[in-house]
Design a protein around this ligand. Structure first.
Ligand code: NAD
Ligand code: LMR
Length: 327
């Protein structure tokens, strides 16, 4: 018997990332090859005509799994009865900016969408925040959606950083990327993130890292800026691929440890309480993530986690001030 369609929202649907992400959802790469979807596409009124054009193209793709499209500039319509949400729509940074420079402009979007989730979506909805600064936007969104939607249902995307680090590990070791595992991103999706290759394996065999690879750390921390410098636009194809990877693993489960920005309760690896912090996670068949425990961190790593955690605390204060502290 065929499955009931699920309702999947992509915000920023007239933007760059969405243009690469919608096809991955439509083809079944995210929710599975037998899971029909009803696509909800949200953008702002200024982008209505571009959004109309996206709908024309989605229609022309004739995806067998797409059982309907709801394209709108109205949050109440977009967030109705959702099972999954990709919150992509937000201003991207330009050359010379840090992602946290977007906080004041973007955080209000996520406060409003948190309220819309609580008012209109299913309480079981799973929300992936991509719009920057992703970790803090996810935190604010979860606070405005509480208590109807649990904070564990909000995650921020650090999978792009992980994919970048995996690719570098493969290149540096002269192996195909498909066998590389156990490369983790800790902390914030920002230039303080800590890409950790100390546990990296290839086809199950530990790769010969001694200590930490500072060249790789710096490359991954600055990769988003390198893409912007080259393209004059922020990453989109790779961001969409990472968003699809993240949501697929969350919806379908994975025994492989993958990096996800999730709510920290202050009890794991010295990360602060009440921030969305990227940890290595596994996901069960019930769409519940769990932080991988028992990894050892040396002093170098502990120090990196402290720095990125402090940045998240500072972002949280700024974000709460920007939303008028109306929680
Ligand atoms: P873009 O400018 O091409 O598209 C953004 C779209 O969002 C635009 O169409 C805009 O009109 C829309 N939008 C703005 N406010 C909205 C709102 N309130 N509701 C719905 N839509 C709204 O940008 P992009 O390249 O697609 O990037 C989107 C965001 O993703 C940026 O913040 C970017 O920095 C971030 N990003 C994050 C990662 C990550 O790894 N977490 C990676 C790449 C990009
Ligand atoms: C990225 O990592 O490519 C995105 O977060 C975009 C950016 O601003 O770097």
């Amino acid at each position: 018997m065929s499955k009931t369609p699920i309702r999947v929202l992509v915000t920023g649907a007239a933007g760059q990332i969405a243009y690469s992400l919608i096809p991955l959802i439509g083809k079944g790469d995210v929710f599975g090859p037998d899971q029909p979807v009803i696509l909800h596409l949200l953008d702002i009124p200024m982008c209505q005509t571009v959004l109309d054009g996206v709908v024309l193209e989605v229609t022309d793709c004739a995806y067998p799994l797409v059982h309907g499209v709801v394209a709108t500039v109205d949050e109440a319509v977009a967030f109705k009865d959702l099972d999954a949400a990709f919150l992509v729509g937000a201003m991207p940074r330009r050359e010379g900016m840090e992602r946290k420079d977007l906080l004041a402009a973007n955080v209000k979007i996520f406060a409003s969408q948190g309220k819309a989730l609580a008012q209109h979506s299913k309480p079981t909805v799973r929300v992936l925040v991509v719009g920057n600064p992703a970790n803090t936007n996810a935190l604010i969104c979860s606070k405005f959606a509480a208590p109807k939607i649990p904070s564990s249902s909000f995650t921020a995307m650090t999978r792009l950083d992980e994919n970048r680090a995996r690719a570098q590990v493969a290149l540096n070791n002269g192996v195909p990327v498909c066998g590389v595992r156990n490369v983790f991103i800790w902390g914030n999706h920002s230039s303080t993130q800590f890409p950790d290759v100390s546990n990296a394996t290839n086809n199950g065999t530990k790769l010969p890292f001694k200590g930490h690879d500072e060249g790789l750390i710096s490359l991954v921390q600055k990769r988003g800026a390198a893409v912007i410098a080259a393209r004059k636009l922020s990453s989109a194809m790779s961001a969409a691929k990472a968003a699809a990877d993240h949501m697929r693993d969350w919806f379908q489960g994975t025994n492989e440890a993958v990096s996800m920005g999730v709510i920290s309760d202050g009890s794991k690896y010295g990360a602060p309480n009440d921030v969305i912090f990227s940890f290595p996670c596994v996901v069960d068949g019930e769409k519940k993530w769990k932080i991988v425990e028992g990894l050892s961190l040396d002093d170098f790593a502990k120090n990196r986690l402290k720095v990125t955690g402090e940045e998240l605390l500072a972002e949280r204060s700024e974000a709460l001030a920007a939303t008028g502290g109306q929680l």
